[in-house]
Design a binder for this molecule. Structure first.
Ligand code: PMV
Length: 324
């Protein structure tokens, strides 16, 4: 009744922001991401009938504010199997938690994968992805490696369907993550999404344009067209931050160094370096580039004032069991 799984964060190139159903945590828009290999969450789950409650440790410490979400995620696996047994969950990230580096994505992807293996059920990957999605919208994508798309399937057996669209080695891009502030973000994504939907006059436009962006990105990936993927990804990112900024009160996830990194990436691309930026609900800048451009991109970002660290990553595999 024990298993350990690893999962990596993913970063969305075509972003999701907003929920069509807050109770069931169904995203308002589809999304498309790349899974990273340089950052890892490792989670051990052991079900034990002696436990009266689930226990959750992150980095060796109890995190009471997260334990409810962890238990609710385990409940989905327990309900699927018809089990009641409580579990001890020990999770470790080798990167800063909750700073816009998608630790919840890798965290819940590793959790459902380890829980499934510990129960010995072998739930299909797409179903595990949908379970992870209930806990964190972006977590479904970390079940898969390489380039991944989450589609809304309101008429399907599950409300979302997540699938790999390209293996990591089919287009081995690299990612430099410029850390500009490693502290936790001020406003969590669910609260930010609800505020945006309720108050932004641009929210409908954000939702209405998402399918066209997904189609463009899918086509750019099929053609391995870096420039086209760069253009549509930066636009999706800026469109998401525009709708966040237009909420009341406006959501400003960036700091000064975030803006300087964006300007640096744009300057590099104008000079012919194959690189583009993306930024999630936090101040870190992820620069996606061709492998040969990585060293230059990382060095240029490290030189930006306010950047404390540049993390290196390639594209990685989906969540998987490493020990049982
Ligand atoms: O996974 P959540 O519900 O915390 O939402 C994260 C949303 C963004 O990271 C900002 C965008 C995305 O698609 O990952």
């Amino acid at each position: 009744m024990r298993a350990t799984a690893v999962a990596h964060p993913n970063i969305a190139l075509i972003k999701y922001w907003g929920k069509s159903d807050i109770e069931r945590n169904i995203p308002a828009v589809g999304s498309l991401s790349i899974t990273l290999d340089g950052l890892t969450t490792t989670t051990a789950v052991s079900f034990n009938s002696d436990l009266e409650e689930d226990e959750f440790l992150l980095g060796g410490q109890a995190i009471p504010e997260m334990s409810g979400r962890v238990s609710r995620c385990l409940d989905l696996v327990r309900e699927r199997v018809g089990a009641q047994t409580r579990a001890r969950v020990e999770s470790n990230n080798d990167f800063p938690t909750a700073a816009g580096l998608a630790s919840s994505a890798s965290g819940f992807a590793a959790l459902v994968t380890a829980a499934d293996a510990a129960m010995g059920v072998n739930i299909p990957q797409n179903e595990l992805a949908d379970m992870a999605r209930r806990s964190s919208g972006s977590a479904a994508r970390s079940l898969f490696g390489g380039f991944v798309e989450l589609r809304l399937t309101p008429d399907g057996p599950l409300p979302t369907e997540t699938r790999q669209i390209l293996e990591p080695f089919d287009w081995p891009l690299r990612v430099a993550v410029a850390v500009t502030d490693a502290g936790p973000k001020e406003i969590g994504s669910t609260e930010g999404m609800v505020r945006t939907e309720r108050t932004s006059p641009y929210y409908a436009g954000w939702v209405d344009t998402s399918e066209d962006y997904l189609a463009e990105a899918r086509s750019a990936i099929a053609r391995r067209d870096f420039e086209a993927l760069a253009e549509v990804s930066e636009s999706s990112c800026l469109k998401m931050h525009a709708v966040m900024l237009s909420a009341r009160p406006g959501l400003v996830y960036w700091n000064g160094a975030t803006v300087e990194c964006i300007r640096k990436v744009r300057k590099l691309r104008a000079d012919g370096v194959p690189v583009f930026f993306t930024v999630d609900a936090g101040p870190q800048v992820k620069a996606v580039c061709a492998p040969e451009a990585f060293d230059r991109v990382a060095a240029e970002l490290a030189a930006v004032e306010g950047v404390s660290q540049v993390l290196a990553s390639g594209l990685g595999e989906g969540a998987r069991v490493v020990a049982s």
